[in-house]
Write a protein that binds this ligand. Structure first.
Ligand SMILES: [Zn+2]
Length: 119
């Protein structure tokens, strides 16, 4: 279940940002997750709920938007949305392409709880 490693990365990165900004309790984390990460939402939330315990994120909730996958054909340069595991260019039929978008795993915003003090 790779959602655990993703959730772990989110928890660690958020803690670093919060500490660098004086601490506090996190209310919400907003993310962008690429479609190619193939994140199962329930699995990510489950992993996050376990890993956030005993951290400043213990009451935080997770929100994210999915970034659609986009790839570029290596043969003709056409950009398209890959439909299955074989990336076949709709223009020339070539198999294989380079990723343009869809591998994102970014923290867009971190909201702290009002009135939470640095510790
Ligand atoms: Zn092509």
């Amino acid at each position: 279940m790779h959602e655990f490693s993703i959730a772990d990365a989110i928890v660690r990165a958020t803690q670093e940002v919060v500490q660098a900004n004086g601490g506090g309790k996190v209310e919400q984390i907003h993310l962008r997750i690429g479609e190619l990460r193939q994140v199962v939402p329930d699995a990510l939330l489950f992993a996050f709920d376990i890993l956030k315990q005993d951290t400043p994120l213990s009451e935080a909730c997770l929100q994210w938007e999915t970034v659609p996958a986009q790839v570029r054909c290596k043969a003709c340069g056409t950009e398209y949305h890959p439909q299955d595991v074989f990336w076949e260019c709709p223009s020339c039929g070539a198999i294989g392409a380079e990723v343009v978008a869809g591998e994102e795993l970014e923290i867009v915003a971190i909201t702290l709880m009002e009135g939470s003090d640095a510790d």
